[in-house]
Design a protein around this ligand. Structure first.
Ligand SMILES: [Zn+2]
Length: 204
């Protein structure tokens, strides 16, 4: 059985928080608890899931605010890319795999919005944080952002199979999830095929 992604709306900044679970073993990874870690904990409890790890897509406050609450409640270790969260217990790098029951999540280092931004790939879905949203992409004008890196990261995501489901870090689009194929038709940021135009589009 493949990994299942549970999307949970979180807080006033239209964040999403996620549980990625292996139903067979009941193990789950909690991703970006945001401002509503208790909502995440109660969904895990309702679904009979045990949180075995806490992971962050990147280090911005609206994604990591609830980390402490998850850690003190579950004892889970924190996994993140050291460029954003050097204090993480488990320092993630591109190509790493996070075991969840019989399955695993792959880590794709997708810098640009922040230097330590990562995307988690289950095989048929990606959790993209603030790198890719439905109908748009993350900002590249923040401290630590790099627009050229963001362009390259989006080029990498657009090469995924078109049926891959996209689970973004915020509910900024016309619907809460999408697919890579749908974004290739409708998202001007991921459609952009040259760096110069992308810089104008993103920074202009
Ligand atoms: Zn962010």
């Amino acid at each position: 059985m493949a990994l299942e992604v549970i999307q949970i709306p979180a807080g006033d900044a239209a964040n999403f928080t996620y549980l990625v679970c292996d139903r067979q073993s009941g193990e789950a990874v909690a991703i970006d608890p945001s401002f509503t870690p208790d909502a995440l904990l109660s969904v895990a409890e309702q679904e009979g899931l045990q949180i075995i790890l806490l992971a962050n897509t990147h280090g911005h406050r609206d994604h990591i605010f609830g980390n402490e609450r998850i850690i003190e409640t579950t004892g889970a270790k924190l996994a993140a890319h050291p460029a954003d969260l050097p204090q993480a217990d488990i320092q993630l790098a591109d190509g790493d795999r996070i075991t969840v029951g019989e399955n695993s999540l792959e880590v794709l280092h997708t810098p640009g919005h922040s230097p330590g931004s990562v995307t988690f790939a289950t095989g048929d879905a990606v959790i993209t944080g603030d790198t890719l949203f439905v109908s748009r992409c993350g900002r590249a004008d923040l401290p630590g952002s790099n627009v050229e890196d963001l362009y390259r990261s989006l080029q990498r995501l657009k090469a995924l199979p078109p049926e891959t489901t996209v689970f973004p870090g915020h509910d900024y689009g016309p619907q809460p999830t999408s697919t890579i194929g749908n974004e290739l038709e409708t998202n001007e940021f991921i459609r952009c095929n040259d760096l110069e135009s992308f810089i104008k589009l993103r920074m202009g």
